[in-house]
Design a protein. Structure first.
Length: 212
């Protein structure tokens, strides 16, 4: 199972998380977010291990600015968390890995995802709120059974040490990774390293257990 830690902005915190070797590290480039990276530490990002995908998170941003930040900071992936069209998402796939995020509730229409087939690399399923992620709330994971496409997805929204055992039991064939954010913080944008260590141990153990 892939692990993405999102909402980072403190330099020392970023270094400590990188030492845990997550698969993805997310940096929120959306100003209204409490985890907005106003001054991205370019030298710190440049020094991250090549095994970690540096992921920039955007909400209804212009293509020009996204392209500019990809070039300036060497992002390997982008996460589109707004109303971006399939064509907009597809325009970046020649240069970076593309996530398209959707907020889910019990009324979510999975048919709307069909237009994104062959346009994105991954979906990220979060909890539907008035915010664009970071709510700390979970949704009913049983509705994931309604997802029928072959595009792998990451699960987000209220993941914590209290429910990771349950998360690890999700058996959907396209369940590819988790996104850890607000429940692993001491303050917005500042992650609790000890909690993350426990989460990494739990998820790696469960993954190995399932494989065996």
């Amino acid at each position: 199972m892939k692990i993405k830690v999102c909402g980072l902005r403190d330099e020392e915190n970023i270094k400590a998380i990188a030492a845990l070797n997550p698969d993805y590290m997310g940096f929120i480039c959306y100003e209204p977010s409490p985890r907005y990276v106003s001054d991205i530490p370019a030298d710190i990002l440049a020094g991250l291990p090549g095994t970690i995908y540096k992921t920039a998170v955007f909400v209804n941003e212009s293509k020009q600015r996204i392209d500019s930040l990809i070039k300036e900071y060497g992002f390997n992936a982008i996460q589109l968390h707004g109303n971006e069209s399939p064509e907009f998402a597809d325009a970046f796939r020649n240069s970076v890995t593309v996530f398209k995020a959707f907020g889910l509730n019990n009324d979510f229409d999975f048919e709307q995802l069909n237009n994104y087939a062959n346009k994105v690399d991954y979906f990220l399923f979060d909890t539907k709120t008035d915010l664009h992620g970071g709510s700390g709330k979970t949704f009913d994971w049983s509705i994931l059974d309604n997802y029928k496409l072959n595009i792998p997805f990451f699960l987000s929204g209220g993941l914590s040490l209290d429910n990771l055992d349950e998360v690890a039991q999700i058996s959907h064939p396209q369940f590819y990774g988790v996104d850890l954010n607000s429940k692993f913080e001491t303050a917005p944008g500042l992650k609790d390293i000890e909690k993350l260590k426990k989460a990494f141990d739990m998820l790696n153990y469960k993954t190995n257990e399932i494989r065996s």
